[in-house]
Design a protein around this ligand. Structure first.
Ligand SMILES: [Ca+2]
Ligand SMILES: [Ca+2]
Ligand SMILES: [Ca+2]
Ligand SMILES: [Ca+2]
Length: 410
């Protein structure tokens, strides 16, 4: 198989003329036409589909719509609405995807539900896979809302330290602007609002601006990076609310997919898992992280590499576990800067923020102009577990309870 990169040149344009499921003038016909710029003018009404939409080209695809809806309410519930199968770069402007999954699947051992937008990255892809969605929404799908998979096992890749599968040499870049992902992921366990699986060489670059991730069965966003490479993530002006409820919205069954060591497997607002060589760099600004059923923000790094994260003007409130948890293992440092953040009512009566570092490496945490509401019930916990130094600086803040292990407060 030859090497593949997705050209950013746009060649042929196709104009959609109607909202039909197929045939002349339909979006389906445009996707099959060989064109890689597809315009959906204002005159086109909702596009109603009964079969999945697929783009098999390798040239970069751009769909320019005007707020129309791809109405997939008649699509079989296990089908994905729109898939890019061969790793083409994808840009979508101003289009909504509404699926047919309206009910919670009470049998996680019989997973159901398709995805909203799926980009498959073939194992031979090189370079950077670009996915750029602006003014796009995804709702009522039972699996991931938006999924980019650079992982050979596709839906069996798993996540976190248990993540499996091989991947291409390519990196993945996902840029979301005014994207809403709401009410997805109730057809199976571990179905996220946005999911990026990256394996093999290559990084994940992720940005979300003015976007909303809410009422997702599993994580609002999960970025899963394995092997060599970093996760570089930036979120601004966004909301993560009420994500991760799937497994506690159904009856608990021992040894089911939802059984996480005897407890229902709840999920986070924003989950980043980085394994292998490489670091997490995450900036979260002007963002609200509320009422998620596990951690609000959950950043896990292992093997060589650091966690460097900055939160500014962030509200972390009402999350069932910590508002922010950052865990660094293996060689490397943990550096956290918190500015103008508010934490309240997270994790019952336990810590609101937990920052932990293990093995070689140092911990440096700075807190400025921040408030923890709830006194001892909203502790800031910082742990430096092994070789290395730990330093916490708090300035101009109201944080009553601090729990330090191997860390000095300056
Ligand atoms: Ca890769
Ligand atoms: Ca990688
Ligand atoms: Ca690492
Ligand atoms: Ca370390």
């Amino acid at each position: 198989m030859g090497l593949l990169v997705s050209s950013t040149a746009y060649s042929a344009t196709s104009v959609v003329l109607n909202g039909n499921d197929d045939g002349a003038g339909s979006l389906r016909a445009a996707l099959q036409s060989g064109a890689n710029v597809i315009r959906v003018p204002r005159s086109v009404p909702a596009i109603r589909i009964t079969q999945p939409l697929v783009y098999e080209g390798t040239a970069a695809l751009r769909i320019i719509a005007h707020g129309q809806t791809v109405d997939a309410s008649q699509l079989p519930a296990t089908d994905d609405i729109f898939s890019v199968l061969n790793g083409a770069n994808l840009t979508i402007d101003d289009l909504n995807f509404v699926g047919s999954s309206f009910e919670v699947n009470e049998s996680p051992e019989l997973p159901t539900g398709g995805k909203g937008v799926f980009v498959n990255v073939p194992e031979f892809r090189e370079g950077l896979v670009l996915v750029k969605l602006s003014s796009v929404s995804v709702s009522n799908v039972g699996n991931h809302g938006i999924h980019v998979s650079d992982c050979t096992l596709r839906d069996q890749c798993g996540g976190g330290s248990g993540g499996l599968g091989q991947g291409s040499p390519a990196s993945v870049s996902v840029k979301l602007n005014q994207v809403v992902v709401d009410n997805v992921g109730f057809g199976r366990q571990d179905a996220d609002g946005v999911r990026v699986d990256e394996r093999g060489d290559g990084d994940i670059y992720f940005s979300a601006i003015n976007s909303i991730f809410s009422n997702v069965g599993a994580d609002g966003i999960e970025l899963d990076e394995g092997d060599n490479g970093d996760v570089v993530a930036s979120v601004d002006g966004s909301v993560f609310d009420s994500n991760g409820e799937y497994c506690i919205s159904i009856p608990f069954v021992l040894n089911s997919a939802c059984d996480d060591d005897g407890d229902a497997d709840v999920d986070d607002g924003f989950d980043i898992d980085e394994a292998g060589e490489g670091s997490i760099y995450a900036s979260i600004t002007n963002t609200r992280v509320t009422n998620n059923f596990d951690e609000g923000l959950d950043f896990d790094e292992e093997d060589a590499g650091d966690i460097v994260t900055r939160l500014k003007q962030v509200i972390l409130s009402g999350n069932s576990d910590e508002g922010l948890k950052a865990s660094e293992e293996g060689e490397g440092d943990l550096q956290v800067a918190l500015g103008s953040i508010t934490i309240a009512n997270n994790n019952g009566t336990k810590e609101g923020i937990e920052l932990e570092e293990e093995d070689s490496g140092n911990v440096k945490v700075r807190v400025l102009k921040s408030i923890a509401v709830g006194g001892n019930d909203e502790e800031l916990k910082v742990e430096q577990g092994d070789d290395g130094e730990g330093v916490l600086k708090i300035r101009n803040s109201l944080i009553d309870a601090v729990d330090l292990d191997g860390v000095s407060q300056l």
